[in-house]
Ligand binder design. Structure first.
Ligand SMILES: Nc1nc2c(ncn2[C@@H]2O[C@H](COP(=O)(O)OP(=O)(O)O)[C@@H](O)[C@H]2O)c(=O)[nH]1
Ligand SMILES: [Mg+2]
Length: 301
C-alpha cells in the first residue's frame, strides 16, 4: 500500500513550494519521498523530482505544434498523459515499494472541476498501483481579504471536492502574509470554519460592483452551506509547526496512521529534533528565531 498527496490549487497558490517544503519535512521525519512533477508549466523546480512529465511531453512543443495557448496546451498535455498512463505507471514502479508520493499538478482550475482527464489519471493510478491519496487543495489566503474572492474560493473548493471524489483537505496557503493585506473583516476562524456566510452580505454590499450580483452571490453562498463540505486549514510552508499539523491531518485522511506503519509516533517526535533546510530566502533571520522560539517553548509532540 502506497500513500501520498495530490497537490492542486490555482496557479501561484504555492503547490511547487509546498511539494518542496513537504518533501523536506517528510524526509526529516524519516519517510522516503518521491516528488512527481505533472505540471509541464513548472519552470525551475526547487525539488529533485523522481518523475517529470517533461520527459513525456513539453508544453512549449504542444503550443507550437497545435497552435494552442497555455490553457489549451495544458488540457492537451493532461489528455496525452491519460492516453500514456502506462508511461507514468512504469516510472512510478521503482518508488511504490517504500516511498511516499507527492504529485505536483498544474494550476489550471478547469482540470480539477470540469475536465475528466486528471480525475481519470488519478483513479487509474490508485487502482493499478494500490495508492492511498489525499487531495491537498491550496488556495492563497490573500483571497480572504476580499469577500467576493472568498466566495469564489469557496465555490472552487466545493466543485473540486465533488469532481475529484478523493479524501480532500482545503488549505489557505501563505498564511504568514495574511496580515500584510490589511485587517480582515472577520476573525480567521470565520474563513476557515465556513459557518454562517450570511455575515458576508454586509461586506459584499460595500462593493458597488456587487449590487448587480447580490442575489446570485447569496444563492451561491447557500449552495456552499447546504453541502456543508468546505472548510480550510491554514499553512505557512516555512513554519515547521504549521507543516506538522497539516501532516497529521493528511495522515488521518489517507489512512497512513492506520496502516500499521511502525513508529508513526516516533516520526513526529523527530520533528522537534532535526534541522530545517528548505527555503529561508525571504526573511531568514526572523524565521530562524521564530522557529527556535517555538521549539523551545512549544515543542511539537
Ligand atoms: N510567504 C509565502 N510565500 C509562499 C508560500 N508558498 C509559496 N509562496 C510563494 O508563492 C509563489 C508561487 O509559488 P509556487 O510554488 O510557484 O506556486 P504554484 O504555481 O502553485 O506551483 C512563489 O514566489 C513562492 O515563493 C508561503 O507559505 N508563504
Ligand atoms: Mg508550480
Amino acid at each position: 500500500m502506497v500513500f501520498g498527496q495530490v497537490v492542486i490549487g490555482p496557479p501561484g497558490s504555492g503547490k511547487t513550494t509546498y511539494c518542496n517544503g513537504m518533501s523536506q519535512f517528510l524526509k526529516l521525519i524519516g519517510r522516503k519521498v518521491a516528488v512527481i512533477n505533472l505540471d509541464p508549466a513548472n519552470d525551475a523546480l526547487p525539488y529533485e523530482c523522481a518523475v517529470n512529465i517533461e520527459d513525456l511531453i513539453k508544453l512549449e512543443d504542444v503550443m507550437n505544434e497545435h497552435s494552442l495557448g497555455p490553457n489549451g496546451g495544458l488540457v492537451y498535455c493532461m489528455d496525452y498523459l491519460q492516453k500514456n498512463i502506462d508511461w507514468l505507471e512504469s516510472k512510478l514502479m521503482p518508488f511504490i515499494k517504500d516511498h511516499y508520493l507527492l504529485f505536483d499538478f498544474p494550476g489550471q482550475v478547469e482540470l480539477f472541476s470540469v475536465h475528466t482527464n486528471v480525475r481519470n489519471i488519478i483513479n487509474k493510478l490508485m487502482k493499478k498501483l494500490d495508492l492511498r491519496l489525499t487531495a491537498i487543495h491550496l488556495v492563497d489566503a490573500h483571497l480572504c481579504s476580499d469577500p467576493g474572492k472568498y466566495v469564489s474560493a469557496l465555490l472552487l473548493s466545493l466543485s473540486t471536492m465533488i469532481h475529484l471524489e478523493l479524501p480532500h483537505i482545503n488549505v489557505l496557503s501563505k498564511i504568514d502574509l495574511i496580515e500584510s493585506y490589511g485587517k480582515l473583516a472577520f476573525n480567521l476562524d470565520f474563513y476557515t470554519d465556513v459557518q454562517d456566510l450570511s455575515y458576508l452580505q454586509y461586506h459584499l454590499d460595500q462593493d458597488p460592483r456587487h449590487a448587480k450580483y447580490r442575489k446570485l452571490t447569496k444563492e451561491l453562498c447557500e449552495v456552499v452551506e447546504d453541502y456543508g463540505l468546505v472548510n480550510f486549514t491554514t499553512l505557512d510552508i516555512q513554519d515547521k509547526e504549521s507543516v506538522a499539523n497539516l501532516v497529521k491531518l493528511i495522515d488521518k485522511s489517507n489512512g497512513y496512521i492506520f496502516a500499521g506503519i511502525e513508529g508513526s509516533a516516533v516520526e513526529y517526535s523527530k520533528i522537534a529534533a532535526g534541522p530545517l533546510d528548505w527555503d529561508y530566502y525571504r526573511y531568514p533571520f526572523f524565521l530562524l528565531s521564530m522557529i527556535s522560539f517555538k521549539l523551545i517553548f512549544y515543542p511539537v509532540n
